[in-house]
Design a protein around this ligand. Structure first.
Ligand SMILES: CC/C=C\CC(=O)SCCNC(=O)CCNC(=O)[C@H](O)C(C)(C)COP(=O)(O)OP(=O)(O)OC[C@H]1O[C@@H](n2cnc3c(N)ncnc32)[C@H](O)[C@@H]1OP(=O)(O)O
Length: 719
């Protein structure tokens, strides 16, 4: 798995494991043998290492972690001969040199790269640290400060910056292998001693740097252990001689690689890729369908969501027409877009030039007719079925026949909206999450007639605008909000029964959620949920009041309505579940008035309160939602559990180090999950969400790991 050839005295070693040349056992062994051959071959004067295909190497083979193939030779064993060689060794980097890939390059005496190549240590993102000398060698090359930045963030560094930092010695524009050979020949005869990183000293940055970094990292990557381990390893490079530092790095790597966080983060890495491979019930899938080109787009509605979606499109270079029915609202929407762009420039997330470029491709209009020529339209108006149908009927007449029509609904039926058009195959849901410019999830919803080509187009669009697109089928509230419902309902029941909203939020935040349920509700606006609840009930012929305790025999809690009726709408009104001091302020403090309201509510309905533990809070909220997740899988609304996990990670900030709710259930063992859900069902018979999923019941008998659930589901159409 590493090819060797002697080209006129230059040993050319090719890492051969495409597409990313992961450093599997075979590649490591191959590299070690090739370096030995080059070392022994008297004709060889210099050595070039490159990757087969587009990439140098994406590092260690993650699939080997924890398995039987995680065995010697390690990357360090394979590369020792490069380090010790008196013949110059050159890493010729195209594409990516990441993790162990960059470590191989750091064992070489020189590194050259193409203008588009990227280097980095992304290990923190999969819960480990650079375990093949990266934490000891990088500080010797670029210093402690830059090493901390690169290793704790995991960010990819582009060629230009890598050159400035000194990671690359040269950027080359011709064929990378030929350039590597020429470069290697040019340094033959120059003593390599000064190029060997192990011989260099690390400058003493002082221990205060590390104390400060520990505080920064704890805050920025709350709950994650890998960045803290990275700091310890980098500090060792400063405090210990090279060999002792390497030993310390390996020890820390081994502790991390066997941790639950690493397992969960690696699961998440692969889940994201599995989820991207979509399939429709017809069998059409991401391999068979091709997307249509989207050269121009339209967005209808310049409110918070519409403006955010337009921002995603224009910052990805897609010329976009933003349409509002009212000039005043349109101007407000444009101001939102401009303000967000200015904010991104201030935060150094983009340059002023990039912001200007984005705004230059935004057109505005108060006339739907101006969408006649765009390739794709995303409607983002108020959640009202009749209004959406009216807009889609108009768009069908206005837009060219190939235009794809997307709706940003969070709950309405895609098929009913599609029926308003004569192009049902081109109608699809694209559900963005607020704030649309920030949140990564794009829940794409297919209807019964949505074509594979349309699905391929919105999935490709999602990737292009830097979202994580997940495909789901149509059902009430789709996947994200459907699962959120039992989660939020349980939160309210817990409050009725004795937990304060602040205790509920604390338990969730301690678990790793970025915000507790009640803080999220305040952020979204309690009045929004109030209206949605009223309208949904009206559609079912039910009149809700804050006195409603049961609907069709099912327990409900409308405490949030009581708050709305007291003018507590959340952040926008300065108070909701929390007190914010004044409207729009973000700092939340618990409010005794809310606790009094809850007391009064419980007295009125004679609800006995009790002490509720944080364990009960987490179990009830999470298991209610997990049970719903299994029902969603059972109904075929998603085709695999990874889709659900990616939705929760990117839609609601479920911590990657917990791997998503379905992975979490897998780790708890499904027989335990099922038993607890059955117990809750017995204790809370008036909550339909505790009816155990049949799929969960079946799976709990098998003890199959999550990676095998999909095959069981597919082999048992009737569960
Ligand atoms: C002692 C230990 C020493 C060092 C520790 C390490 O090196 S840990 C590994 C550190 N490296 C990474 O975390 C990089 C992970 N890979 C990526 O970020 C991306 O794959 C990459 C390289 C930027 C390419 O992205 P692209 O979008 O072009 O491709 P995609 O992600 O779909 O990957 C293609 C297929 O390759 C698989 N793959 C990628 N990296 C690895 C890896 N390191 N190990 C194993 N497999 C890897 C990926 O899953 C894809 O497979 P597929 O079956 O097609 O889904």
């Amino acid at each position: 798995m590493a090819n060797y050839r002697n080209k006129g005295g230059v040993a050319v070693i090719e890492l051969n494991n495409p597409p990313v040349n992961a450093l599997s056992f075979e590649v490591r062994s191959g590299l070690m043998n090739a370096l030995k051959r080059a070392h022994d071959d008297k004709d060889v004067k210099c050595i070039v290492i490159h990757g087969k295909g587009k990439n140098f190497s994406a590092g260690a083979d993650i699939k080997e972690f924890g398995g039987t193939k995680q065995q010697k030779p390690w990357i360090t064993d394979a590369c020792r001969l490069a380090d010790e060689s008196s013949k110059p060794v050159v890493a010729a980097i195209a594409g990516t040199a990441l993790g162990g890939g960059l470590e191989v390059a750091l064992f070489c005496h020189y590194r050259i790269g193409t203008p588009s190549c990227r280097v980095g240590f992304p290990e923190v993102q999969i819960g480990v640290l650079p375990g093949a000398g990266g934490t000891q060698r990088l500080p010797r090359l670029i210093g402690v400060k830059h090493s901390i930045d690169m290793i704790t963030s995991g960010r990819h560094v582009m060629a230009e910056e890598a050159l400035k930092l000194g990671i690359l010695d040269k950027i080359v524009t011709d064929d990378i292998i030929e350039e590597g050979i020429q470069f290697a020949k040019s340094v033959v005869g120059i003593d390599v001693g000064g190029r060997i990183l192990r011989n260099r000293k690390v400058e003493d940055a002082g221990s205060k740097v590390f104390d400060d970094e520990i505080s920064r990292v704890k805050k920025k990557y709350k709950g994650y252990i890998a960045p803290l381990f990275c700091l310890k390893a980098i500090q060792a490079s400063m405090q210990l001689p090279y060999d002792a530092g390497m030993e310390q790095e390996l020890k820390l790597f081994q502790q991390l690689v066997s941790s639950g966080q690493a397992k969960a983060q690696q699961y998440t890495f692969f889940a994201e890729r599995i989820s991207a491979r979509w399939q429709l019930p017809s069998g059409a899938n991401s391999q068979t369908a091709s997307p249509l080109p989207v050269k121009t787009a339209g967005v209808i509605g310049a409110g918070t969501m519409g403006a955010g979606i337009a921002l995603c499109l224009i910052t990805s270079g897609i010329p976009t027409v933003l349409v509002e029915q009212d000039q005043k609202f349109l101007e407000k929407g444009v101001k939102t877009v401009e303000g967000d762009l200015r904010g991104s420039v201030a935060l150094k997330k983009m340059t002023a030039e990039q912001a200007n470029k984005a705004i230059s491709v935004l057109k505005t209009s108060v006339n739907l007719e101006d969408l006649h020529d765009v390739d794709l339209v995303i409607e983002a108006v108020y959640e009202n079925l009749a209004l959406k149908k009216e807009i889609f009927a108009k768009l069908d007449k206005i837009c060219k026949s190939k235009t794809i029509l997307c709706t940003n609904t969070s709950s309405l039926d895609i098929d009913t909206i599609a029926e308003a058009t004569k192009r049902r195959d081109k109608v699809v849901g694209t559900h963005f999450f607020a704030p649309a410019y920030i949140m990564k999830l794009q829940e794409n919803v297919y209807g019964k007639d949505t074509s594979a080509e349309t699905v391929a187009t919105v999935m490709a669009l999602g990737k292009r605008i830097r979202k994580v697109p997940v495909l789901v089928g149509t059902c009430d509230s789709f996947v994200a909000n459907r699962m959120l419902h039992p989660y939020a309902t349980e939160a309210l029941f817990l409050v009725e029964e004795g937990a304060s909203p602040y205790e509920v939020d604390q338990a969730l935040e301690d678990f790793g959620m970025p915000m507790g349920m009640f803080r999220v509700s305040d952020l979204s606006g309690l009045d929004i949920g109030y209206k949605v609840r009223k309208e949904a009930a009206k559609r079912r012929g039910i009149e809700l009041t804050s006195d409603t305790r049961f609907v069709n025999g099912e327990r409900v809690c409308l405490l949030a309505n009581v708050l709305v009726e007291k003018g507590r709408l959340g952040i926008k009104s300065g108070k909701g579940w929390y007190n914010y001091g004044s409207p729009g302020k973000r700092e939340a403090t618990p409010d005794p008035e809310v606790l009094d309201t809850i007391e009064e509510y419980c007295r009125k309905y004679d609800i006995k309160k009790r002490k509720i533990s944080s364990q009960e809070i987490l179990e009830r909220m999470q298991l209610a939602m997990i049970n719903e997740g299994f029902k969603i899988l059972e109904e075929g609304i998603v085709s695999k559990p990874e889709d659900i996990d990616i939705i929760w990670i990117y839609g609601f900030g479920w911590p990657k180090y917990m791997g998503g709710p379905m992975f979490y259930a897998n780790e708890m063992k499904l027989k335990n999950v099922y038993r607890k859900i059955r117990d809750f069902h017995q204790n809370y018979p008036f909550s339909i969400h505790w009816t155990p999923s049949k799929l969960l019941a079946r799976l709990s008998e098998t003890d199959l790991p999550i990676s095998k659930w999909t095959s069981l589901i597919n082999s048992n159409s009737k569960l």
